[in-house]
Write a new protein. Structure first.
Length: 352
């Protein structure tokens, strides 16, 4: 079965993944630009605003900003993928399950907060973790059913370290949990999570394309996995949708993505990293998300063990807010760090 585009437009050019990835990007970007003004007006009328924690410094002015914007860019991504990608490819279907599954968890959490008007309502941490575990397990089961290899690769080494076998299951589940929650923690300032996500998706899109391409993968000495290259369309479509979201989320934000968006972004980043055997390299690809998460872990551990805080507040972006850095300065500097880390991640592929 050929992609939907190819069925209606019998043009040989549409058989190329790169062309369909570009079309997916444009469709997703265009849909978000069209839908968001209507969604923002509806959300304002319904008072679907982002509840602001009383502990977050200087964010009270954002209490009337609509949330759950992630639902729109997820919808745009799914439509773009359905139109542009080969839906008989198991990695495309599994990717959509990851996007929708993690998005629904976030949506349930967001609805609880919005309806109660309290940032502490919604899903409990344990309930959220259980649902993430469920979706992650489902995605992994689908991958294994499709015959996806369980070998583990690390940067700078051209051959796999070993075959993880069934140990791949807990390892990949941990990756899904860690990445989805890391993006969620980072989503605290206007555009702070969106741009590093776009950069990471760009990097992973390049790598999954290379992984599915016999000649390029052989040249770069990376594993060649048949069918994985098609997921470049997921990366491109999600990137287009996120850029459309950023059009309205850049400072000062007209809406927020909410957990609906952040959990799904983390889920798809973990999924793509698994597909291109870059689980370890995700440390660099998602470096901003990593340091934000580490700041929370360090803060909690230090306070429990020493009774002292390392940072003025965690996650890390709040520390800089309390140091009186302007919001734009924090955001742009984090973007720069994300870009540099991803350039370094891509460079590692030439050292194998």
């Amino acid at each position: 079965m050929l992609p939907l585009l190819y069925q209606y437009f019998d043009i040989n050019l549409l058989s190329y993944i790169t062309v369909r990835a570009g079309i997916g990007f444009i469709i997703a970007f265009g849909l978000t630009l069209i839908i968001y003004p209507r969604y923002i007006a509806w959300a304002i009328a319904k008072k679907a605003n982002q509840p602001i924690s009383k502990y977050v410094p200087g964010h009270n002015s954002k209490r009337h900003t609509p949330t759950m914007g992630g639902a729109i860019f997820l919808l745009a991504t799914v439509i773009a993928v359905l139109v542009s990608a080969d839906m008989t490819n198991p990695y495309i279907v599994t990717g959509l399950v990851a996007i929708i599954g993690f998005g629904l968890i976030g949506l349930k959490d967001d609805l609880g907060k919005v309806l109660s008007g309290n940032n502490l309502e919604g899903l409990t941490p344990k309930a959220k973790l259980r649902l993430q575990l469920l979706v992650g397990t489902l995605v992994i089961a689908m991958l294994l059913y499709a015959g996806f290899p369980t070998t583990l690769y690390v940067p700078f080494v051209k051959t796999p370290l070993f075959d993880m076998g069934y140990l791949a299951i807990p390892f990949w589940i941990l990756l899904f949990l860690a990445t989805s929650n890391a993006v969620n923690l980072t989503d605290g300032l206007d555009g702070l999570a969106a741009v590093p996500s776009v950069i990471a998706l760009g990097t992973l899109g390049i790598v999954v394309y290379a992984t599915g391409h016999a000649i390029i993968s052989d040249y770069l000495l990376i594993p060649n996995i048949k069918g994985v290259g098609e997921t470049t369309i997921i990366a491109a479509s999600f990137t287009g949708a996120l850029l459309g979201f950023l059009w309205y989320n850049c400072h000062p934000a007209e809406l927020f993505m909410g957990d609906t968006g952040s959990l799904s972004i983390g889920g798809v980043l973990a999924y793509l990293a698994i597909l291109c055997k870059s689980e370890i390299l995700l440390i660099l690809i998602g470096f901003v998300f990593l340091i934000e998460t580490l700041s929370v872990i360090i803060q909690v551990a230090s306070f429990k063990l020493r009774g002292k805080r390392v940072f003025l507040m965690s996650p890390l972006h709040h520390h800089f807010e309390l140091k009186k850095w302007a919001e734009n300065k924090i955001i742009v500097r984090f973007w720069m760090i994300a870009l540099i880390a991803n350039v370094l991640a891509l460079i590692t592929f030439k050292f194998r």
